[in-house]
Design a protein around this ligand. Sequence first.
Ligand code: HEC
Length: 722
Amino acid sequence: MKYLIVSFLALTVACTASLEKYSLVEGLKDPMEVAIARDGQLYVVEREGRVLRINPQTGGIFELGNLHVQCVNASDPKSKYGREDGLLGIALDPNFSHNQRIFLYYSTRESSANRLSRFTLKAGRIDFSSEVKLLEIPTERENFASHQAGSVEFGPNELLYLSTGDNTNPFASDGHAPIDNRDDRTNWDAQRSAGNTNDLRGKILRIRPTESGYEIPAGNLFKPGTAKTRPEIFVMGCRNPFRLSLNPRTSTLYWGEVGPDARKDTAKGPMGYDEVNQAKSAGNYGWPFVIANNKPFPIRDFSDNSIGAITKLTAPQNLGQRNTGLKTLPPAHSAFIWYPYSDSKEFPNMGKGGRNAMAGPICYHKPNRRYNIIDQNGDTALLTYDWMRGKIFKANLDGDERLKDLEVLKEGLTHPIDLEMDRDGSLILLEYGSGWYLNTNGSISRLIPSGENKPPSIAIKPLAEARKFCVEKVTDPENKQVTVQWYATSGVSEQKLGSGTTISLPPGKFTDVRAVATDDMGAKAFARIDLKGLNKKGNLALAIIKPQKAYGFGETVSFKISSSTPADPTKTRIRARYIPATGHDSDGVELPAAIDQIARANQCLACHQVETSSVGPSYLDVSIKYRSRKNTVGYLKKKLKSGGAGVWGEVPMPPQAALNDADADKIISAIIGLSKGISEKTGTLQGKIQLSSDVSSEPGGAWELTAESDGYSPAIIRIPAR
Ligand code: HEC
């Protein structure tokens, strides 16, 4: 029996874990796209407008500029307006190392448009006065007219490719084709955008940037000067072509296409499919008339829901009243890979469930490269991935880039949103974070084939003395010798501080301190401490006076809080919390899953965290404040309805109008219940705190005591419970 289990596990691992993931940086906010410079530096854009440079050698994060873009943000987390707008894409000029030029695609605030611009970096930051506007694509932002795509890439031919979405409301067409021709349904009609040869939306555009703008290269879909067409179009008929990629040897274009929602074939059309597409030359890929392997949608009349003729694949007709382009479109191309919500008949390894297809790099075997995803010289593969499924797939191709077979290469990723190949053959992976918006857990990691030397791991912590840090733990999986080098960030540069197990920050202003552990094969791991808001005054220490072996429920503990510079007692507090023996709650208090869902659905978590204050107070603080008061639920319900400021600070909470009464009751009682088992004492550095007696868990756990004071890093200790 034992053997069976072991070999089963080994089999699972062999199938799925053929890439290992190692973190480079964490804590990014909705990162969208990454570009790798020749010198290995990573340039990343975040949805809300930050442009970052990441140094993968040191884990450094440098903010190069913050664009003022239209987007959903914390002050308007429920905006129904331009929900997929923001800073969407980045590419580096092919001569970036000489000219420091970057291309950004972003949603403008001063007009309703998405813009492709070139900026030049000056002393490592974006010089906003250097902006050269290349393309401005008018976009509609009302009625959930979504799908902006926004991938920007240079091909090996130094041509710039930009993907744009159909800018159409995905609802109210039963998950089939949004071809609503009624007068007042502009935002529900993709015939005006993706199916329109005279509109830049729902396309992949291809241009050659010049000093002052761009030129049209030969070989785009329509010859310049053709009436009712735009010469920038390389591919038309796209819905939301999210990430694109170019074969470095052949310039063949690949992209992922996010498809519509229908779960079944009906009289109104085929079910929805996501697609991975391949274009060796310019073409029409069908949307909103054709999907998947050329499955046509019938022409539907939304005024009476009658179903008309089937689209002709060789010459699809766009009869939409808002079509300003050609009526007869170029022939429709089949997708390269297509898959629905349910199991795919054609591509069973794609799995099932939510979908959001993306195209990643094309890999060749190169014997002199450090890492090779491909084992054999001569083989080729396209890596594709899916944002929803959290997986990377490897599509093995033959010499003519035809699909041979398809396998899962990696699972368990948190919304992978970009995947690029570094020059050593490793992959740079961008993960967007767990939610749709307002994430703070976006990350960048490096993926290398399993079986290679693994990097070490390292943790660091501040010492009691101000501005001093030490290595808490450093290990190497292969027990290799590891050296530790320290860095600190100041503006857009970093300073090397020295090596060893402890470090003192030199005088000056720094935003973080980092330790880089390197093993003797050059593999690296990073640890960082953010200095913003941390530790200006030093660290607190917490001591128990005359400690007992263990403490029971309701007993008191004598404590003393100290620090190198004395803390202000009125700004100091100590909390004691019971942690059951099962360790189940050891990560801290949390909302029950069902309540967490309500909080997420209502975007409460954009401003509130359970244990830490952010825009609003932490829910634990709210609980401790109100748990012994009368009519708390009534008061808080009213406050949620009407919003307001003044209890926790000057920032107001907006009225939570969309929260219904039943959910309000549930979430408020859950919030109040959070502090069960937690006691608190404020305003003193020395004294007694009574341990809670309102927990019914079995004894045998521990009490966790946390001392906090404004401007200090907290002290946390655990003592046995009885
Ligand atoms: C846009 C930011 C924002 C959002 C979204 C938000 N809050 Fe708040 N919330 C705040 C701020 C700021 C305060 C502090 C108000 C004050 O000082 O009176 C607050 C206070 C509270 C309080 C304490 C009220 C008091 O008077 O002490 C509760 C409870 C609360 N929020 C729950 C929620 C819930 C539940 C949601 C989601 C339905 C939510 N909040 C959404 C910002 C927000």
